[in-house]
Design a protein around this ligand. Structure first.
Ligand code: GCU
Length: 613
């Protein structure tokens, strides 16, 4: 069994299967770690049911006391140990998570592969069935609890046979897995196929059909008999070819409510994804603008959802691109339970080859989203069967940071990254500072060589690694930049596609003119001429060239920095091997993108650097 746990290196003992409550696990963790981290000190746990997930930590002489709810004491134990391990003061006052559901969405298929997975095969499935190492599951439970995550959806939102059996013939196995995660305060969730009743003699999946409703009601009963604390169902409907209520002329409130009513008696949640858009768009059609889609499908339904429905909305209006504005739908549904969805899996962000620490990006999203409207947080996981769980050893900072932010969205990214770095590597101060800086800057560097000024989708189609400036240009996915010899970008203002009008006024003002729009989103909202003069006096085309050359240069510097860092084996070798690939990738992106724009615009680089013909 793998014992490497990046940010908890002081927990080296496997968690025995005999421990079945969070309190028992908390005691076990404290017993093994306190002698190493705080010799002479002892811990005292007090369960206060009413505190639920919350906890308080106090020190009286040599006694460290944790009070908390049933799960709260476990969170308290990890918080305490992390503080001791990093030399930080103990967290003060009442610790409460800001968001109710702090979810991981695994896109694991029953076959064992993972959709957009970059860390090896599934931790749960292989060959069309459950296949996991229970000790490793407990290790995973420990990781999730240590950063406060409390729900894990174990299968891909694109549910394909035989994963549909998760709520049918695989219930005993699902119950076994749920029992492993329960002591960690982690509830399981499953993705379901909207058309499931049709495989059981029901002629339709129409949510208003009585037989359909009866099938789901009965099925929910069966599921909850097996797993009484299942968190609920996750649904991708009418999205990228998945079945859904549109087939029957029903809207998504009708579609979701039917399932929600079936789950309600058992306290289950129905998490319904809002990733709905026309993925068969004709590129000639200029009236459809994909970022508008989610708002158009959902905003008018505000207030019509059952109270156990949670709409899960991707952080941006497209699809986890390097830089997008916050989704306007988050502002448009004040009477509906909303969850924000992030993607830890680095689909468009370097695929766990290129270094891309996400906390700085999330800080921007949390700053822009309506803090009081979003109640839950979800993220597509970056985990897999690789020895270190995340492929690139540094990708673990994203799981770690995701959990910490979901607990406390006011945190600063540098604090999170430093905490992870110190816990994981415990290096001297200078090396720690160096790695923290490298990680803090990694997203901006990646952005510089891949996503100029908010232009999205210049990426190789399908697998999404590497440059292809026009790869998505004439495709059906609604992803166009429309570069020609004079200009690039889509006008999304009122005089263009009108996407801007979906935002509250303050955003409309900010993004509404090229002058007020932040540089890094200018080409998301505006179509600009190459000779448009940016706020710093450079032309837009020069800014694109400069960013690409800088991105490549920064990657080269990063590679040198990495070589000099005293990282332990095998992290060092793994990081260096991936860095070789990142260097190749950055060079391809830089040269291909610059050549692309040079060919269209006919404008030379003002500094005479090499742009290939
Ligand atoms: C992206 C991704 C798909 C995924 C989809 C989703 O489009 O490429 O693999 O299924 O998002 O979020 O459902």
């Amino acid at each position: 069994m793998n014992k490497r746990l990046t940010w908890l290196p002081f927990l080296t003992e496997d968690i025995p299967a005999s421990l079945v409550t969070p309190e028992q696990i908390a005691r076990f963790e404290l017993e093994q770690a306190l002698p190493k981290l705080a010799p002479g000190k002892t811990a005292q746990l007090t369960i206060v049911d009413a505190m639920e997930e919350g906890c308080t930590i106090q020190q009286h002489g040599d006694v460290l006391s944790i009070s908390g709810g049933k799960v709260g004491v476990l969170y308290g134990a990890y918080k305490l140990l992390m503080s001791l391990a990093t030399g930080h003061p103990l967290p003060e006052g009442d610790q409460q998570p800001r968001y109710g559901l702090r979810m991981l969405n695994c896109w694991d298929n029953a076959s064992g592969d993972i959709e957009r997975g970059y860390s090896g095969r599934s931790l749960f499935f292989e060959n069309g069935k459950f296949d996991y190492d229970p000790a490793r599951m407990r290790q995973l439970g420990r990781m999730l609890a240590s950063v406060g995550l409390n729900v894990m959806c174990i299968n891909n939102v694109n549910v394909r046979y035989p994963a549909d059996q998760l709520i049918e013939s695989w219930l005993p196995e699902l119950a076994e897995l749920a029992a492993i995660f329960r002591p960690f305060g982690v509830k399981l969730m499953v993705s379901i196929d909207y058309s499931a009743p049709m495989r059981h003699g029901v002629p339709t999946a129409d949510p208003l059909d009585k037989q359909v409703q009866a099938w789901w009601t009965k099925q929910a009963e069966i599921v909850y008999q097996a797993v009484p604390d299942l968190a609920g169902f996750l649904v991708k409907a009418d999205s990228e070819g998945r079945p859904g209520p549109f087939t029957y002329g029903r809207n998504h409130a009708e579609g979701a409510n039917m399932l929600a009513r079936a789950l309600k008696p058992f306290g289950g949640k129905l998490v319904w994804r809002c990733f709905v858009y026309n993925c068969r768009q004709d590129w000639r059609d200029t009236t459809t603008d994909r970022p508008k889609a989610a708002y158009e499908h959902y905003a008018y339904l505000d207030g019509q959802f059952e109270d156990n429905v949670i709409l899960q909305i991707k952080n941006g209006p497209f699809d986890f691109q390097v830089r997008e504005p916050v989704s306007p739908l988050l502002y448009a549904m004040p009477k509906t339970n909303l969850a924000m969805e992030f993607q830890l899996a680095q689909e468009y962000t370097g695929q766990q080859v290129d270094i891309y620490a996400m906390p700085p990006m999330w800080r921007e999203v949390y700053d822009d989203m309506p803090a009081d409207k979003v109640m839950s947080i979800a993220a597509v996981t970056n985990l897999g069967r690789d020895e270190n769980y995340t492929g690139h050893p540094f990708a673990a900072v994203n799981l770690f940071g995701y959990g910490l932010f979901a607990w406390d969205p006011d945190l600063q990214p540098e604090k999170i990254i430093r905490l992870w770095t110190r816990l994981t590597y415990g290096m001297d101060q200078l090396s720690e500072d160096t790695l923290v800086n490298l990680l803090m800057g990694s997203r901006r560097t990646y952005e510089k060589y891949t996503a100029p000024l908010g232009l999205c989708w210049m990426v190789s189609p399908n697998h999404h690694y590497g440059p292809s400036p026009s790869g998505y240009e004439y495709q059906a996915w609604g992803t166009y930049h429309k570069a020609d010899r004079d200009a690039v970008g889509i006008d999304r203002t009122a005089s263009g596609t009108g996407y801007l009008l979906q935002y509250p006024e303050e955003f409309q003002k900010l993004y509404g003119t090229p002058e007020t729009c932040p540089d890094l989103l200018k080409l998301f909202f505006h179509r600009l001429r190459y000779d448009y003069v940016m706020s710093d006096g450079r032309t837009m085309i020069q800014r694109i060239y400069d960013d690409h050359f800088e991105g490549l240069e920064e990657t080269r510097t990063m590679a040198e920095t990495l070589k000099a860092l005293p990282l332990p084996s095998p992290d060092k070798e793994e990081a260096l091997e991936r860095m070789e690939r990142q260097l190749v990738n950055a060079r391809e992106w830089c040269d291909i993108t610059n050549t692309f724009f040079r060919r269209y615009s006919g404008i030379e680089d003002a500094h005479g650097r090499t742009i290939y013909r």
